[in-house]
Design a binder for this molecule. Structure first.
Ligand code: PAF
Length: 284
């Protein structure tokens, strides 16, 4: 495994692989890797000859009052984990390698509307930072396949939309959500959940499952289901951000005749903001 910091050296290595006809996979991350990230890497390895994991804590996607400076940076440990599963390249650039002209005047890639709903409503500009850096990573790596975790469902839907709108030819794959034994979705931010809160932190996942079952059993009163879910989360001692039943592709509020639904939720613990989602298909 090679650890590369520069665009030029990564391109050089990948051009050689590409000229031998090798298929290239990319897993973009911000590091602090856990089992869910490693599952994405293994998924990429299943169909690609060469896999690149990027590790870059992208300041452009953090709001001013968010946790960019606190975000755990654990490169040595991440590298050991990636080496152990046979990853080929870690691309770990400095900020000035990705934003050589600074961030203020950086050309942005923006997916309007979708980027402003749900998490985008509480984190203005977040998804513009994500799509901008992901577009850059796609141009640097030129992968055949890129794998993103389903936990960040809105991020995945927005990146798919960006790829469709910009006629990108790579394949975007979703990696399923990896969960702790009580259902809590694995996340780097779980380390910020306090010990007292941890036993109840799976309330979001439990409620997503409960609402999925209710809809499958014919309850189509989405507004009431959303309101009741926020109440359950509050009663468990957390501050709900949103709980929304959406069209799986557009992320618009679901219509009564939509067949593919995704229920997305976000809530605040004392030290973290947690997100989760679940999808369901109704009979045609
Ligand atoms: O999901 C993440 O870790 C980040 O948003 C990503 C896709 C690596 C872009 O910085």
């Amino acid at each position: 495994m090679q650890l590369l910091h520069h665009v030029q050296s990564l391109r050089h290595a990948l051009n050689a692989a590409r000229s031998e006809g090798k298929k290239i996979g990319l897993v973009p991350t911000m590091g602090n890797l856990h089992d869910a990230h490693l599952a994405l890497v293994k998924q990429a390895q299943a169909t690609c000859d060469v896999v690149v994991v990027s590790i870059f804590v992208n300041r452009l996607q953090f709001g001013l009052n968010e946790d960019w400076d606190k975000y755990p940076r654990t490169l040595e440990r991440d590298a050991q984990k990636l080496k152990a599963i046979g990853c080929d390249y870690i691309f770990c650039p400095e900020e000035n390698e990705i934003y050589p002209n600074g961030m203020d005047t950086q050309t942005r890639v923006i997916v309007p509307t979708m980027a402003n709903a749900l998490c985008g409503a509480s984190r203005p500009g977040h998804f513009d930072g994500v799509t901008t850096v992901v577009a850059k990573l796609f141009n640097i790596v030129e992968p055949d396949v890129a794998v993103f975790g389903l936990k960040d469902y809105q991020q995945l839907a927005i990146i798919r939309r960006m790829a469709e709108d910009l006629c990108l030819s790579l394949k975007i794959e979703a990696g399923s959500i990896v969960r702790e034994s009580d259902g809590l979705a694995m996340s780097s931010r779980n380390t910020f959940i306090t010990e007292q809160e941890r036993p109840r932190a799976n309330v979001l996942n439990k409620q997503l499952n409960a609402v999925k079952t209710a809809i499958e059993n014919g309850d189509m009163d989405f507004l009431a289901l959303q309101a009741a879910s926020q109440q359950v989360i509050s009663e468990a001692g957390f501050k709900p951000d949103y709980f929304s039943i959406c069209n799986s592709k557009t992320l618009d509020i679901a219509a009564q005749d939509d067949k593919h639904l995704t229920i997305l939720g976000a809530m605040y613990t004392q030290g973290a903001r947690l997100i989760d989602n679940i999808s369901l298909s109704l009979p045609q």
